[in-house]
Ligand binder design. Structure first.
Ligand code: ZN
Ligand code: ZN
Length: 270
């Protein structure tokens, strides 16, 4: 039996929505889980660890599969357990002690019911694209500031630079202030754009995947920077230059802000 009346049914069957409605309906069937106070922090940590896991496995396999080394930007580097475990422990600790209480407060202030309609496909793509561009600009400004002001660098950002050759689990090896700043930009953008909850989830997954890919140490033929044309997107070697040289490539994803403000350095020396 349908839960929708005739006019609602017409809206739900619009071409852009038809694709996402079954997905959204299946998620809404788990509404209690989605609206649970534990969901935001649990989704964030599960997505992050899920994105890191393939690269951790590749690092384990690398000594036995020499072909993999062709895709590593530092072929002779493999993170040791002494590097991996503190990163994992810090991420779990920060999510339990800081992220969960803050998302709990946010949940208590806005326990919004889930809308019955899925977003249109074009609306979702447009909002995710806008969120990524806004996030890129906001983090670029934050990042430049935290490199230009020595106190800010020492107090809040230096910890992220502890691993010069980065690896997937080092992505969120950062101070609580940096983690909250990233979370604030994320929340600000989805709120300003009034994103649908499904769009928020999709943006969250894409944002985490891109940040992990940037730190993974692997440059594959299907890596995002190879799929985005005209050198608009930096990628793993681009961000690796930031980790090794400190004074360039401040934007997390795209290259236009660094090019405009003269801090772009090409990973290929062009
Ligand atoms: Zn930095
Ligand atoms: Zn980094």
């Amino acid at each position: 039996m349908s839960n929708y009346n005739a006019s609602e049914f017409q809206v739900l069957c619009s071409p852009g929505r038809l694709f996402l409605q079954p997905l959204w309906d299946s998620l809404r069937a788990r509404e209690a889980l989605l609206l649970s106070p534990f969901f935001p922090a649990a989704f964030s940590i599960c997505t992050y660890l899920g994105c890191c896991l393939p690269f951790v496995l590749l690092d384990v396999l690398c000594p036995w599969v020499p072909a993999l080394r062709r895709h590593k930007i530092h072929p002779d580097f493999a993170p040791s357990a002494r590097q991996l475990l503190p990163c994992l422990a810090q991420t779990l600790y920060q999510h339990a002690v800081f992220v969960f209480p803050v998302t709990l407060l946010h949940w208590a202030r806005s326990p919004a019911p889930l809308p019955p309609e899925a977003p249109g496909l074009l609306e979702l793509v447009r909002h995710v694209g806008c969120c990524l561009l806004l996030f890129d600009a906001e983090f670029f400004a934050w990042h430049v500031l935290h490199h230009r002001v020595p106190w800010l660098y020492r107090t809040f950002h230096k910890v992220h630079h502890q691993n010069v050759a980065s690896f997937a689990l080092a992505t969120q090896y950062m101070s609580v202030w940096e983690l909250f700043s990233l979370g604030f930009f994320h929340l600000l953008n989805v709120t300003l754009l009034e994103c649908h909850p499904l769009t928020v989830l999709v943006f969250n997954v894409i944002n985490i995947w891109l940040s992990v890919e940037d730190h993974s140490g692997y440059d594959f033929p299907w890596s995002t920077h190879r799929l985005v044309p005209f050198g608009c997107y930096g990628g793993v070697e681009h961000h690796d230059l930031h980790h090794s040289q400190f004074n360039c490539n401040f934007a997390p994803y795209f290259t236009h802000w660094d090019k405009l403000l003269g801090t772009f350095r090409s990973a290929h020396g062009k």
